[in-house]
Design a protein around this ligand. Structure first.
Ligand code: SF4
Ligand code: SF4
Length: 159
């Protein structure tokens, strides 16, 4: 069994190739954290821009960051909640995450940022919400935070 399976989460050092900061400042981009060989390619089929690449149905997906338009179709269909949207805007980081808890936060709300281990690493501000009833039961929430945290924060807690 791989180390991340035993641990239960990926370290930042294990998440693969990242988009450049220049790309992150252009517009939001999908960032996929799906290293396991599983028979799933919903992300590939959802993308109309050939930005998600896969050698075969069991291979982990890879991203062409230049091809990604930030349309968010892939994050809406991923059954593994393994896709995040990342962006740097006005020198602040923005992470869009799937969220399956209640209550769903509202735009403008302050939330506690949680890292990959579930530890609090600061506070963020909700800038966008797609409610669960409009996305097959899973909310999507964008949280603004220090840009240095966009690869650390993978969850949040409503306060
Ligand atoms: S955000 Fe849109 S363009 Fe980018 S990888 Fe996902 S589906 Fe493709
Ligand atoms: S849809 Fe999600 S779980 Fe399936 S291969 Fe793509 S990233 Fe992985």
């Amino acid at each position: 069994m791989t180390e991340y399976c035993k641990r239960g989460y990926l370290l930042v050092s294990e998440i693969g190739e990242k988009p450049s900061e220049e790309r992150l400042r252009q517009k939001k981009v999908a960032f996929i954290e799906c290293p396991q060989e599983i028979p799933c390619n919903a992300c590939v089929h959802s993308c109309k821009f050939d930005a998600v690449l896969m050698d075969n149905i069991n291979a982990p997906p890879k991203m062409d960051y230049d091809a990604c338009t930030g349309c968010m179709r892939c994050i809406r269909v991923c059954p593994g909640l393994a896709i995040f949207m990342l962006e740097i805007k006005d020198d602040m980081g923005r992470v869009t995450m799937p969220y399956e808890f209640l209550p769903v936060p509202e735009k403008g709300e302050t939330v506690k940022l949680l890292n990959r281990e579930g530890k609090e690493v600061g506070e963020g501000t909700v800038t966008w919400v797609l409610p669960p009833e409009r996305n097959e039961g899973t909310a999507l929430v964008t949280v603004e935070m220090n840009k240095d945290l966009i690869y650390e924060v993978r969850a949040f807690r409503v306060v």
